[in-house]
Design a protein around this ligand. Structure first.
Ligand code: PLP
Length: 469
């Protein structure tokens, strides 16, 4: 173990404190005295005192020197009343674990965020340092509660290129996408209202809905057209649906993309029934083909679409920055935002502004998309080859998940037990619904760096799955 020069004197002081030779408030020898006695440099002695201070053994007093720390507080008798155990919601905890547990790079296919090695760490950290240098202490203030104006303008400009006419004044900067969704739902519903979601649906969205006291109807997505619009029309005819939450591009967990016809048809149904569409645009930047797909918002003439997104999936989940274009619902949305937090971190707002203005975000996306596409192809090849006949793995056109459907006669209980025993992490299908209709499905995420080892793990798991038929 590495030892430091200052330990020559700090060990002696520690020993003397332990044996009560030195007591609370006693003055310690000066830096000069210690330097001479132990033949140390001034900085070594200072480092030694720093170390003792951090350990809580010593205190310094300006111009008076160093003293043994006052330990009287430690002698206060302990509060004896036993605290009650913390009660946690079991289903919530299980879902959290299934979607966030990470064991190793080669066997974690469950968390839908970019893995450490796919995050552009250098770019983000370097830009953050530049922002800190340029903006200094102004980053410590509140920023406007609807967000930095320059950032709202930049996002509006960027989305304009994709056919969405955003008024920057109707945009709200949020702490990620889930906060944006919470604000959108708060703006158009009241507790007890009915909302529709695309199904399967990520547990985090179902959780936001439940927390707001809303009732939910699950409307199936469709491999070819993207969405079961007939079923949605029927649901709207029979229920007082207030909003539809939908991810038309590279839906999580299926990776499905809606056709333009479906997007338009969905909008028409929503307009006919005066239902607000809350469009999740988080994955649209992660397309594998030529260009970014259209959004429902780009067809919206009458203002029934609220759109939201964040940079959690495209840059890094620790950058807490999302946005929401609230349109005609702005007044309620702005108040809801304020109640959830006075200001999104100025550092993140300035960081994203800089990354967008300098085009670094776009440059990062170019290589990120290529990498994700390569990984999707690699995984699909192994999955399709090794899992039992009758399995189906949907090829995503973007995003980062593959939706797996196992044959009806496969014993899923044994499959999940095998995965658990060998620390192989997929997200089970039932996590994506309030029903158990997806018990023969699971999600495979390819946002961790894929290595020969991870491909081997998948191959072995698929071969094993054949035994559970
Ligand atoms: C569909 C969807 N919405 C929202 C989130 C959370 O996003 P954010 O970190 O931006 O709040 C996730 C990821 O967990 C997600 O998959």
């Amino acid at each position: 173990m590495k030892t430091y020069k200052y330990e020559a004197f700090t060990a002696v002081i520690e020993e003397q404190i332990r044996n009560r030779i030195l007591q609370s408030g006693d003055k310690l020898p000066s830096i000069r005295e210690i330097k001479a006695k132990y033949s140390l440099s001034t900085s070594s002695v200072q480092n030694g005192f720093e170390y003792l201070i951090i350990k809580g053994l010593v205190e310094s007093s300006p111009r008076s020197g160093y003293f043994v720390a006052d330990k009287r507080e430690e002698n206060i008798p302990e509060f004896r009343t036993k605290l009650p155990p913390v009660v946690r919601d079991e289903v919530f905890m299980k879902n959290m674990l299934l979607t966030s547990k990470r064991i190793s790079e080669s066997s974690s296919f469950n968390t839908a965020v970019p893995g450490d090695l796919l995050i552009p760490q250098k770019l983000i950290l370097r830009t953050m340092q530049e922002v800190i240098r340029e903006k200094g202490a102004s980053l410590l203030r509140y920023y406007p509660s609807n967000g930095l104006e320059a950032l709202r303008k930049q996002i509006a400009k960027q989305m304009g290129i994709y056919g969405c006419r955003f008024n920057p004044d109707e945009l709200i900067i949020t702490d990620g996408a889930l906060q944006a969704l919470t604000i959108a739902l708060t703006s158009v519903t009241r507790a007890g209202d009915v909302v529709a979601v695309d199904s399967p649906c990520v547990f985090s969205i179902l959780e936001v809905i439940a927390n707001l006291g809303l009732k939910v109807i699950e409307v199936p997505v469709h491999y070819r057209s993207g969405f079961d619009t007939d079923y949605f029309r029927k649901v709207c005819g029979e229920n007082n649906v207030r909003a539809l939450i939908v991810t038309p591009n590279f839906h999580n967990p299926t990776g499905i993309m809606m056709s333009d016809d479906t997007k338009k048809e969905l909008l028409k149904i929503a307009e006919d029934h005066q239902i607000c569409i809350i469009e999740n645009d988080m994955y649209s930047d992660l397309y594998f083909e030529e260009k970014r797909p259209s959004s429902i918002k780009s067809f919206d003439e009458k203002g029934w679409v609220i759109m939201y997104s964040s940079f959690s999936k495209t840059l890094a989940p620790g950058i807490r920055l999302g946005w929401l274009c609230a349109g005609q619902f702005y007044a309620r949305a702005e108040r809801a935002k304020f109640a959830l937090g006075r200001s999104v971190s100025p550092l993140y707002q300035e960081l994203i502004l800089k990354l967008l203005q300098e085009n670094s975000y776009e440059r990062h996306l170019r290589s990120f998309r290529k990498k994700l596409n390569q990984q999707a192809i690699q995984l699909l090849e192994v999955l399709r080859k090794s899992f039992p006949e009758g399995s189906y793995f949907h090829r995503p056109q973007g995003g980062y998940s593959i939706w797996a459907q196992m044959p009806e006669n496969m014993d899923m209980k044994r499959f999940h037990q095998y995965c658990e025993k060998h620390n192989i992490l997929f997200t089970p299908g039932n996590t994506f619904s309030l029903t158990d209709k997806y018990d023969h499905h699971f999600r495979v995420v390819f946002a961790e760096r894929i290595t020969p080892e991870s491909l081997q793990v998948l191959d072995k798991t698929g071969t094993k799955a054949c035994e559970f038929m």
